[in-house]
Write a protein that binds this ligand. Structure first.
Ligand SMILES: C[S@@+](CC[C@H](N)C(=O)[O-])C[C@H]1O[C@@H](n2cnc3c(N)ncnc32)[C@H](O)[C@@H]1O
Length: 198
């Protein structure tokens, strides 16, 4: 264990069943639009794109997956909402933009080669996972290639929290044990994480 990471069970997520996401996908629901400012932040804070491997975890309708593909990444979008994946796949898919149905709470997704991913994205997803801190630890220990990074988007809130929000203290706990580059914009935290050198 890295010495400065939070103990197991520090943060409880607030899962929502896939059927709820299916219903939202049928309505074309997109929680947070991708702005030029966000893309500027991501591109400026990450290293390289072309031919690199990205995973869009909780990809929803695939908007950010397609952005990553346009940047040159080889992209896998993962979600457990079948309806979302159908919409995403109908927009665009191919050998370098594929979609996988898997529950992120079930460990390393089947078929994902270990230590292979240069950029793991989770846009407005981590607060919905059962154990956000443990999930990030798994990403660090099993998903990321050497030098790999994580990009999170986390809506910031105060109790009583709305679905998908985290308090500032929860976000700090989430990022503890990582090298962090963060910008808060319109109530949302854009966060780039790099593993600390143990
Ligand atoms: C708020 S939406 C965000 C979608 C997309 N990342 C975006 O930025 O538009 C959250 C997505 O995470 C997915 N999700 C939530 N929990 C999940 C889990 N345990 N496993 C896989 N996908 C999950 C939902 O199905 C939904 O598509």
């Amino acid at each position: 264990m890295h010495t400065d990471e939070p103990p197991t069970g520090t943060l409880q997520g607030r899962p929502v069943p896939p059927a709820t996401w299916d219903a939202m996908a049928r309505l074309g629901y997109v929680p947070y639009d991708i702005t030029a400012g966000e893309m500027h932040f991501v591109v400026g804070a990450t290293t390289g794109c072309y031919g690199r491997v990205a995973v869009d975890a909780g990809c929803g309708l695939g908007h950010f997956s397609r952005r990553l593909r346009r940047l040159g990444y080889h992209v896998t979008g993962i979600d457990y909402s079948v309806c979302s994946l159908e919409v995403a796949g109908a927009e665009a898919s191919g050998p370098q933009l594929r979609y996988l149905c898997a529950d992120l709470d079930d460990g390393v997704p089947p078929g994902l080669p270990l230590h292979s991913v240069h950029l793991v994205v989770a846009r407005t997803v981590v607060p919905f996972l059962s154990k956000p801190v443990e999930w990030l630890r798994q990403v660090r220990d099993w998903w990321l290639a050497p030098g790999g990074q994580v990009y999170l988007v986390v809506p910031i809130g105060q109790p009583p929290l709305q679905a998908g929000q985290m308090t500032p203290a929860e976000i700090d706990a989430l990022c503890s044990g990582w090298q962090v580059k963060r910008r808060d914009q319109d109530g949302v935290a854009w966060i780039i994480l790099r593993p600390n050198i143990p």
